[in-house]
Design a protein around this ligand. Sequence first.
Ligand code: COA
Length: 306
Amino acid sequence: MVDTTSQWIVERTGICERRIADPETATSDMAAEAARAALEQRGIASSEIDAILVCTVTPDMFFPSTACLVQNRLGARGAWGFDLVAACSGFVYGLTTGAHLVSSGAHRRVLVIGADTMSRIIDYTDRSTCILFGDGAGAMLLEASGESDNGAGFIDFLGEIDGSGGDFLKMPAGGSRLPASVETVQQRLHYVHQEGQQVFKYAVKKMFEVCRDLLQRNGFTGDDVTMMIPHQANRRIITAAAERLNIGPDRVLVNIDRYGNTTAATIPLATQDAIAQGRLKKGDLVLFAAVGAGYTVGASLWRWAY
Ligand code: COA
């Protein structure tokens, strides 16, 4: 499709494969499937969910929200919910929001879903972006912990947004600023536009800083982290941050080689891989971290519960 090579892509990004949804599949389809899998793993009925958060920048449509579509698909009667828009940081923000809904005492079970069909907003004539993104969805069920959980669960979150970086990664048209028109389509403004180097530099710096500061204020260092599960945007961003944090490769989950950047889905997909590979056990200190469009930055720290 574009002037590139497999070698360039692998060396510069770490990506070897990506998944692209078939034309009939939209974000809510993948989100509902991921949600069902999460519920099945825990043996929880959809009627027992109190809230559904769908983190996405590629909703099926502006409204109704993807959370409503997923709720209906799951038959999760009694749940409320909403979509959360924070691009690649979406899932980390969703996890934190969900954790606070549970810790408030008002919710027992919150389903947090990260789902993006990036292929619908990617310009496959732009070699600087089309090689990066893939489609995917993942879900996590947050539950109120009991006394036997021994302090397991959410520990802390640190986040930051910086709108001055908004122009470096965006989908310019389709909203109230530039509604869809013949011109916006002709000018390819309904696709992702990115200044790759600017985003790269910011991500390398911020991924490290937010993790360092979050660990520090909780009395930890990188040595204490059992597993770092970062957003998967570029292998070089992950490696640079992990090295500076002194978290060795055996304690960092990287699966960008198989999925590319699936935006809000990278962290739940990576977590699922960590579980499948037997790399997470009860009591482990887990660090989630992401930097994304906005700019958005976030990291959260957890004690693994099972
Ligand atoms: N194949 C071959 N060459 C390519 C290419 C491709 N797919 N994409 C870009 N190039 C070229 C550029 O045109 C440029 O050529 P030039 O020097 O002749 O102008 C050269 O490669 C270097 O481009 P540059 O943008 O500096 O490359 P890079 O090392 O920064 O890598 C990205 C590009 C996009 C992989 C990298 O910037 C990146 O990962 N950025 C962050 C992306 C990201 O994280 N986005 C989501 C945030 S959550």
